[in-house]
Design a protein around this ligand. Structure first.
Ligand code: ARG
Length: 584
């Protein structure tokens, strides 16, 4: 289905061609003078230079050709050579009725079922989820949903960090506390117990304790290092303990992600990539790409056009250990083997940009991925507190995600329950939904790469550019529609007021907006769009008697418009990763 603005452009193009000019001049844009017109075409200005004619003469000719066209209410040539357009209301309504009948509301299959892997979330096992992981989860989840909506075959992978020193630290700390456990008995032949020797809360206390100890106790740090190495070499007792850490952690992570409406298709881990490393290193050497430098094995990845230094990608350190880049390269080997993705997108803190640049270049150079595979890094900025520094708890600690969610839900609950009569349970459920919308919209409405200030008061406000305002608008529509019998969405009437027309015009832009957000991996464009839709709707709502309308045909048209607005808003927030309650 063509976009509305394309249909208008087609009309203008035909008119330019009919007057003997190139069709490229017929491009139509949204008016930047909404007081004068709805759309405009500035092609006559450019054509004037090419055809050495006065722009207004060209505009006049084109306008004359469009006389009587069903698409336009008004086509005006304005000096020095602008073409101002107003759309015919019947044409607009009939277009929107087609949109309403389309399953994807006019979106095209951009992805053509091609494979995309999105690497997001990226929590580290045994470390509690904190707000730093929040952004990756929120942005990645949204991009996954958007890409899927426009036809990509998407696999979302959490890519757990389970292979680093944190594992050795935890195991070493468990040993210090319980040296008698079978995991540390070299003569033990198994089987190891099914039950983990710790709970999640213990685990979450163990890691910070161990990490702090290792900073002041060199011996301890060295032991943790050795334990990590033994674990990575496959020592059975450590492996068994590691498996417990994973199980306990993953169960907790899944619970937390479900609070966030975030769901991964794959729970792959850094450790899953390890088996691919030896062959990969061999291949890097055989291809003559990897060479020894100061005892380490590296691959050069700098390019002539670089303006800033891109250091070699280190594959093996001088002490023989592999590192983050090795794991990420090997993960690409595995992804290629399992999925042959056309595109791999990483949603990670922007401070890791250099790392991914090196990894991508190395992967291309070494043919780990195909030349046409699109490797893309979407780096996000920091979530700051009101003081402009990274968001912390009141006492300066790292804010845990659960705590943050709970605090905001409670704040919303207080606000919404003040003068309500719903049950405590319903009130709490609603508060959760509003809180999630507040957090997600507050994050997603900023361009991902920018830092932003996490401002609870502002984010939870029911007015302004916020998640709760969007929900409020949807709830308002739902409440009107619930008072009516079945409403069909594609029964729009031609607009009979300015606010009705403005709302209809905005609704024509849905597909364009979603496709654009997909191509540019930019959920903030959807936020900006639905804010406009909500504003246009509320203006229409305040100016129009809907339920009290006595002209039945008119009312049917209004209700269809409400239903379509609701569908556009609900689809959009679903793509952002939250949903609206029934009441609020
Ligand atoms: N676990 C990593 C971190 O906390 C993020 C992982 C990102 N994904 C990747 N393939 N490296 O920093």
């Amino acid at each position: 289905m063509k976009k509305f603005i394309e249909l208008l452009s087609d009309k203008l193009k035909q008119a330019f061609v009919a007057c003997g000019y190139d069709e490229s001049y017929g491009r139509v844009g949204i008016s930047n003078r909404p007081d004068l017109c709805e759309y405009q075409c500035n092609g006559a200005m450019a054509a004037a230079k090419a055809y050495k004619k006065a722009p207004f003469m060209i505009a006049d000719e084109v306008v004359a050709k469009l006389e009587g066209d069903e698409a336009f209410l008004e086509v005006a040539s304005v000096k020095p050579g602008f073409i101002n357009l107003k759309v015919n209301e019947a044409y607009l309504a009939s277009y929107l009725n087609e949109v309403a009948a389309d399953e994807k509301l006019g979106c095209t299959n951009l992805g053509q079922n091609k494979k995309m892997i999105i690497d997001y979330g990226g929590p580290n096992v045994a470390k509690p989820l904190h707000v730093g992981h929040l952004r990756s989860a929120i942005i990645g989840e949204s991009i996954k949903r958007i890409s899927r909506y426009v036809g990509w075959d998407v696999v979302g992978d959490v890519h757990l960090g389970d292979w680093g020193l944190q594992m050795g630290l935890i195991i070493e700390e468990v040993r210090t506390r319980h040296p008698e456990l079978c995991y540390f008995d070299d003569s033990f032949t198994g089987p190891y117990p099914e039950e983990a020797p710790f709970t999640i809360s213990e685990l979450e206390e163990i890691y910070p304790t161990a990490s702090a100890k290792s900073k002041v106790d060199e011996e301890y740090a060295k032991r943790a290092h050795d334990v990590t190495a033994f674990l990575q070499q496959g020592k059975p007792g450590y492996r068994a303990l590691w498996q417990h850490i994973l199980n306990v952690s993953i169960a907790d992570l899944k619970k937390n992600y479900s609070f966030l409406n975030v769901e991964f298709d794959l729970w792959k881990k850094e450790s899953d990539a390890q088996p691919y490393i030896p062959d990969m290193i061999k291949s890097l050497k055989d291809q003559g790409l990897a060479y020894e430098s100061e005892g380490a094995l590296v691959v050069d990845v700098k390019e002539e056009t670089d303006t800033k230094e891109v250091p070699p990608c280190i594959i093996v350190k001088s002490d023989g250990a592999t590192l983050y880049s090795t794991t990420d390269l090997a993960t690409l080997v595995e992804r290629e083997k399992l999925f042959k993705p056309d595109s791999v997108l990483y949603v990670v803190d922007k401070r890791q940009e250099m790392h991914f640049n090196q990894v991508f270049r190395c992967a291309k150079k070494a043919n780990i991925v195909r030349p046409e595979t699109n490797l893309k890094f979407l780096g996000f900025g920091t979530m700051n507190g009101k003081d402009g520094k990274p968001f912390k708890t009141r006492d300066g600690g790292v804010m845990r995600l659960e705590v943050l969610l709970k605090e905001i839900t409670e704040a919303v609950y207080q606000k919404t329950m003040d003068n309500r009569t719903v049950s405590e349970e319903e009130g709490m459920e609603t508060a959760k939904m509003i809180a999630l919308a507040a957090i997600k919209y507050g994050d997603l409405s900023n361009q991902a790469s920018k830092d932003y200030v996490f401002d609870v008061e502002r984010f939870t406000s029911f007015e302004g550019d916020t998640g709760p305002y969007i929900l409020y608008t949807i709830v308002r529509i739902k409440s009107i529609l619930s008072k009516c019998e079945a409403v069909s969405m594609n029964a729009l009437n031609q607009a009979s007021s300015e606010s009705e027309k403005a709302l209809q015009l905005i609704l024509t832009r849905f597909a364009e907006c979603i496709e654009n957000a997909a191509v540019e991996t930019a959920p903030h464009k959807i936020c900006a769009y639905i804010y406009d839709v909500a504003n246009a709707f509320n203006r229409f709502y305040h100016e129009t008697k809907i339920l009290a309308e006595t002209d039945k045909e008119k009312q049917t048209g209004y209700l269809a418009l409400l239903a379509l607005t609701r569908k556009v808003l609900e689809t959009s927030i679903d793509l952002l990763g939250f949903e609206a309650p029934e009441r609020m």
